[in-house]
Design a protein around this ligand. Structure first.
Ligand code: GDP
Ligand code: ZN
Length: 349
């Protein structure tokens, strides 16, 4: 086994390492599934390092780590190597901050279906998330066999996607799958983003040429579906490409979109600074470059509204987290009060 096949770049190695590098292929509660030069192994975090000063990031699926290899039991994870890309979400446990859900992927496949589920706003959100991760986004529109003409949809996506590749495919007929082969290169890692039912599993299976993920057949009355995935969260295909699919990926929210917003909305932000007044709010000020771009049809008003909405959401999601924390504190204080009150014989004193 050579870790280079798993995307490891030897220059990532710390100089004086006594340990060997490994890649995290799955995260369980306290145990990590790993691959290293000795093949598959399991590992546990070295407590004094990960629970000490608190500078070492907890490994997630896709991470490269340094381990003290143990041939006859769990290896010890000593260090998380620097990530070239990652997704994180706000940890549902209060006070825990961020939780990484995938790391070191090259491409983010944004999957949307061309039929009933088609939603430009959602694609816009995913694009923002993808840019934020530092990986390269690719938009894949699935179920092309179910629509007669999707040229308008592809055009609409291309408009919001900028330089990002947009592909229409069908996992069912195989249409367009060969156009994705440029991403299916050995040592590359891909993550799939998209709502349930858009055809992620079908696409992975069609591309892999084998049943890797269970496909859920949606009935009309139950479009939610349920997802089952093989145990492993980082899978290497015969072609040598790797796919990451973790439960956390599916719950990725939009809790901090501000960082990727500028890349996703470069066509909008190009007008900033060109208005007559430097502090222009782009509402009704004279000489506003944004307004005149609407007027000339250069910038669709729809695009501007999406931009404002995402800006607002980014702010709101921050506020919301603070609000939830406050609420929790409040509930705690009520619980404390109730307990005390019971102790005191049920009377408020
Ligand atoms: P996931 O939840 O995103 O992983 O979606 P699945 O791969 O489980 O697919 C959901 C449903 O869409 C299943 O009933 C699939 O058979 C169907 N489906 C997926 N891809 C295609 C496609 O390209 N064409 C058609 N007609 N149906 C598809
Ligand atoms: Zn303006």
């Amino acid at each position: 086994m050579n870790l280079i096949d798993y995307g490891f770049i030897p220059t990532m190695l710390p100089e004086d390492a006594n340990w060997i590098p490994a890649r995290v292929t799955a995260v369980h509660k306290e145990r990590y599934e790993l691959v290293c030069e000795h093949g598959q192994t399991f590992g546990k975090l070295k407590k004094s390092i990960y629970y000490g000063e608190g500078i070492e990031s907890f490994p997630t699926t896709g991470d490269f780590v340094m381990i003290a290899y143990n041939a006859s039991g769990d290896s010890q994870i000593i260090k998380t190597l620097e990530r070239k890309s990652f997704f994180s979400r706000r940890d549902p446990t209060p006070g825990r901050g961020e939780q990484s859900v995938a790391a070191n992927f090259d491409y983010v496949f944004i999957i949307a279906s061309l039929n009933y589920d088609f939603n430009l706003k959602r694609i816009e959100r995913y694009l923002t998330l993808a840019w934020q991760s530092s990986a390269i986004p690719v938009v894949i529109l699935t179920k092309a066999d179910l629509v007669d003409d999707y040229t308008e949809q592809v055009k609409a996506v291309e408009k919001i996607a900028g330089s990002v590749g947009v592909y229409a495919v069908s996992a069912k007929t195989g249409y367009g799958l060969d156009t994705l082969s440029e991403y299916f290169k050995p040592r590359k890692t891909i993550v799939f983003l998209g709502s349930s039912g858009v055809g992620k599993s079908s696409l992975v299976n069609a591309l892999a040429g084998e049943e890797i993920m269970a496909v859920n057949d949606i009935r009309e009355d139950d479009s939610k579906g349920h997802h089952t995935t093989t145990h492993r969260q980082l899978i290497i295909l015969n072609s040598g490409v790797m796919i990451i699919d973790t439960p956390g990926m599916r719950e990725l929210g939009m809790w901090d979109v501000t960082v990727g917003l500028s890349e996703a909305f470069a066509d909008v932000e190009q007008y900033f600074g060109k208005c007559k007044f430097p502090d222009c709010k782009h509402q009704s000020e004279p000489g506003c470059a944004v307004k005149s771009a609407f007027a000339s049809g250069e910038l669709p008003e729809e695009r501007w509204n999406s931009y404002l909405r995402l800006k607002h959401e980014a702010k709101y999601s921050d506020d919301k987290a603070a609000y939830l924390r406050q609420k929790q504190e409040w509930h705690k204080s009520i619980a404390k009060f109730t307990k005390q009150n019971k102790k005191n014989g049920g009377f408020i004193k």
